[in-house]
Design a protein around this ligand. Structure first.
Ligand code: SAH
Ligand code: SF4
Length: 347
């Protein structure tokens, strides 16, 4: 469907619930007719919250000394991978703080090789910006999808939510996304929604940015304030959380109409606002869900935002809840299938 910038902005500002229901059900139908009605599950492992960066919004930023740091052992990652495989998830997401030291890079490389040696799992990485050679090394070791959110496609807003220095450069972020494509990954990006200083025009531009980058996957979610971060000082500027969620659902629906055959995730931050947040996203066009497999003992430490759902639960509880919800909604699950981006396959 063709949407110009002004149409996108007016949808993002739309308040009429009947019109919005039409938008969401239209996006759902588009999903079913292009990528099918199934939801694909990826087990999420939050491998470590040690991070060398200082993003102004994030609870595990380097300078938050109140965050206890952890790194889960390779044996524990393998246990999660086995759990995912046995549950029939078929894919794993390994996410964590950004580190560029050789020891970390090597550890990920050998983990990838070991996982691929043992199980035919699809692997997505989300480990931040890395040099092209590292992306290549990990691709060679078995990862084939990568998530790196642009966070905001507006340079000006990007620079308001990150320190302005060589470690947090907008240009390097965009370059990293291009490098991932060069190496051959299915490339996923996304933004936070409801950030301080963010307007409907910024979000419309984000959607157009995704299209111009020709992305294969997208994960977006509401921004959630964290009291131990610098951005918390702007909390009085924020929309109520329920409105940030509504905006996120609109973004999912509009993106599905704009890029019908990509994979779009229903994210945990949506569920943080409303227990049915991710299900609402699925009914507005999302087709990927990432149940958290991180060990219960360290979940509390991986708090990129506060009140993250599922803290204290273990993998079995998180995943059976997810499955139960999808069953109740009569949404079929793509058991045992990688569920790769159709958009990527067509390219
Ligand atoms: N370090 C990697 C991956 C872990 S962070 C990276 O930054 O790419 C994963 C995502 O969490 C980030 O891309 C960001 O969009 C999101 N995030 C961080 N802080 C958040 C907050 N306060 N509210 C909502 N999402 C947040
Ligand atoms: Fe680190 Fe990612 Fe958080 Fe930035 S968003 S501080 S890179 S974990």
């Amino acid at each position: 469907m063709e949407f110009d910038r002004d149409t996108l902005i007016s949808w993002l500002e739309e308040k009429d619930t009947t019109r919005l229901e039409h938008l969401y059900s239209g996006a759902y139908r588009t999903k079913v007719s292009t990528v099918g009605d199934k939801v694909y599950l990826r087990g999420l492992v939050e491998i470590s919250n040690i991070c060398c960066k200082n993003c102004l919004y994030c609870g595990i930023r380097r300078d938050n000394h109140a965050a206890g740091r952890y790194e889960i052992s390779s044996e524990e990652v393998l246990q999660s991978a086995e759990f995912a495989y046995k549950e029939g998830y078929a894919s794993l997401v390994i996410q964590g703080g950004e580190r560029t030291d050789r020891a970390f890079i090597d550890r990920i490389t050998s983990l990838l090789k070991e996982i691929k040696r043992r199980w035919p799992l699809g692997i997505t990485l989300s480990l931040g910006e890395q040099p092209l050679e590292v992306y290549r090394e990990w691709f060679g070791a078995g990862a084939h999808r990568y998530l790196l959110r642009i966070e905001s496609s507006s340079r000006e807003l990007y620079e308001k939510i990150h320190p302005v220095d060589s470690l947090h450069s907008y240009d390097s972020r965009v370059q990293a996304l291009k490098d991932l494509r060069t190496v051959g990954y299915q490339v996923g990006t996304g933004v936070m929604i409801g950030l301080p200083f963010q307007t409907a025009a910024h979000l419309a531009d984000d959607l157009l940015f995704f299209r111009s980058l020709d992305i294969d996957m997208c994960g977006m979610g509401p921004y959630l304030e964290h009291s131990q971060t610098p951005l918390y000082q702007y909390r009085s500027m924020l929309l109520p959380q329920t409105e940030r969620l509504e905006l996120s659902i609109k973004m999912v629906a509009l993106l599905r109409l704009l890029m019908p055959d990509i994979n779009i995730a229903a994210t945990t931050a949506m569920q943080a606002i409303d227990p049915n947040g991710r299900e609402r996203a699925i009914l507005a066009g999302a087709n990927v869900l990432m149940p958290n497999l991180t060990l219960a003992e360290v979940r509390e430490e991986y708090q990129i935002y506060q009140n993250k759902p599922g803290v204290g639960e273990d993998a079995a509880i998180s995943s059976s809840r997810t499955e139960q919800r999808l069953n109740e909604m009569k949404i079929p699950i793509g058991w045992g299938q990688w569920g790769d981006s159709k958009h990527f396959e067509k390219r």
